[in-house]
Design a protein. Sequence first.
Length: 321
Amino acid sequence: MKKLTKYTAFLLLCALSLPAKVFARELIPVGKVVGLELQDDTVTIAAFDENLGAAAKAAGVSVGDQIIRIDGSEIRTSEDVRTALERSDGTVELSVCRDGKEKQYSLTPEITASGPKLGLYLRQGVTGIGTVTYYDPDTGSFGTLGHGVNDSDGNLLNLVRGYAYDARVLTVRKGRAGDPGQLMGTVDGASPIGVLSANTERGVFGTTQEGWQGEAITVAGADEVKTGAAVIRSTVSGDTVREYSVEILKIYPKSKQNGRNLLLRVTDPALLEATGGIVQGMSGSPIIQDGKLIGAVTHVLVNDPTTGYGIFIENMLDAAA
């Protein structure tokens, strides 16, 4: 991954004032790590089966190719691929997009007990882990990340469908100067606990019938946030949520649209020992000041993992509306 300068931040895959009534509501600041699956309308080759995929690989098909047609039929989902292969007469014309150019390959599927296969592992959209910022027990709605999820081209992913899953942290790769570090997690259970409804520049949002336990606290407006002591809630081991001390160093205009409304530094010795500071997977960690929910962690400074940015909760809720 390309290194960035010390003046840029690593994204951990924002303007009108909300009505006053929004800030009369109370939300649960969660801090729980969650598995996220965001599907768009593209199907990409993620890997080859060691045996069944040998022919496709030898023909020139590559990992990262986006499948756009099979025998002239447009491909938008993994199910479209299965359907097209079942209709084939023994060979298929596979059209893919690579680096903006279309390429075609004639392939012969292998006949297996579960149907014809090309030996390709497919990916539809993006999967990963993040941290739940808030949960509204009155509506079942929740928000996470505090920033959007991009597709392979670096553009905001066009969410067609998405799901949230229970997850836990297995290990941590600590952050160091030049390396932002990462939480390594796994999903617990095959059934989703929530449905994602929106992928925006200021967070990913959805609803759940299960929810998260905790005490709801008042939401703060951007004009209530100040420099000084605060805490974040995060999960950096297993599924245990803990609070960690931070210091808000600087406040930026609410109109900033890039998730950088707050500059903060981790001061908690336990978190510094465990992660080195802010790492990937912690984005969405709720920020609490004076007993109010004020925002969420969004970025880490590449050359200083103890320092990062946060978004105002006001801006997240504006995007979720």
